[in-house]
Design a protein around this ligand. Structure first.
Ligand SMILES: [Zn+2]
Ligand SMILES: [Zn+2]
Length: 110
């Protein structure tokens, strides 16, 4: 099945505080733009994470077609600069600006 690629093509989008769906139906298409319902982690290491905000409708497509390692309901923190993904159960996004005790969690700063 050469056309089936379970890994998403990702485009880096700076966090602006907006909780809108960044899912693209075609690689060069516009992002969906609906209010995001889910925060999806495609892959995650100690230093890097690929994350997307996804609306309910797109989440259904994601679950059908793509693989991801984790997700949680989108909250205010998910779209804010200075936050990172806390890999607990359940996962969530937290402020990491001044908190070095967050462990092996991704921080969206260089
Ligand atoms: Zn969407
Ligand atoms: Zn989040």
């Amino acid at each position: 099945m050469p056309d089936l690629d379970p890994f998403p093509q990702l485009t880096a989008i700076p966090k602006t505080g907006a909780l809108t769906c960044g899912h693209r139906f075609t690689p060069n298409g516009d992002p969906c733009g609906w209010p995001a319902a889910w925060h999806v982690a495609w892959q995650m290491t100690a230093t890097k994470a690929d994350l997307s905000l996804v609306c309910d409708a797109c989440m259904q497509a994601v679950q059908r077609c793509l693989v991801y390692v984790d997700r949680h309901p989108a909250r205010l923190e998910c779209g804010k600069p200075g936050t990172g993904w806390l890999t607990q159960e359940p996962s969530r996004c937290v402020w990491v600006e001044d908190d070095a005790s967050c462990g092996p969690n991704w921080k969206d700063r260089p």
